[in-house]
Design a protein around this ligand. Sequence first.
Ligand code: SF4
Ligand code: SF4
Length: 301
Amino acid sequence: MPRGQVFNIQRFSVHDGPGIRTAVFLKGCPLDCAWCHNPEGISPRPEILMTPSRCIGCGECVAVCPHDLPIPHRSPSAEDAEHCLVCGACAEACPTEARQVVGRPMSVGEVVEVVLKDRIFYDDSGGGVTFSGGEPLQQSGFLRAALEACQSRGIHTAVDTCGLAPEEDLLSVAEVTDLFLFDVKMLDDSRHRRYTGVSNRQILANLKALGRRGQRIWMRVPVIPGVNDDAENLEATAELAASIPSVERVCLLPYHPLGESKSKRLDRDVSLPDLHAPTPGEMQNLLEMVEAVGVAASIGG
Ligand code: SF4
Ligand code: SF4
């Protein structure tokens, strides 16, 4: 059985599909979105996450590190990360949890054990499990095995994807997925390359491949002010959704600045530092714009 590299399991989530859900976050993503809200999911490997405000400067981390790498009050630099074995000794020694390891290998059985704990809540609310990331299809063997194990126990399964994966991996995973939460960030390919680092051609082809299969899809659009919230992009996105009968709704997800502080804690560049969260009024206008095309839409979801 393959093991997965998991960086978070969030129970009682109401933002990752219908009902109350357990969201399992897998590491590794082929995109590098300028506004990423889960930057700890980008690297496929475990990493050290530093919260400088929690550091009391005790030096325990330095004392236990085989390479004398940790510098109190500072995130690991890219150079440190190159030498760091992510052995976790510093995080274990840290008395304030200023240093933490993000990412740990888990078996399918270990994940299912956590998911099953909240079965009663899924049954009452129409919820289930959602695999997210990062990009969960980066670990497609583990993902398929975990989805299969959940579905065979009667748990509703959802996959939250950026859409970039080999089509055969996607379609294999689709066989054991009840619902896809499929991100469509923007339709203009050159803009997509600029803000995510990759073309959207394969992503849109994969969306259509799921549509041909009649797969249930919630199309999700992260609303990033000044990047993709213009009428041209939103209307084209709504028209694309309307052209695929199995897209049940378009979910508009307002940008949240949480990812910025996490990026700094991982010593990653924040490429769009001046972003602000859209106001409720701005979100309402965008919602009405999408609904005017004739597709069901929601803020969040
Ligand atoms: S994870 Fe291990 S190698 Fe990396 S900084 Fe901490 S103690 Fe040193
Ligand atoms: S062990 Fe933790 S609190 Fe102590 S210096 Fe290192 S990071 Fe700071």
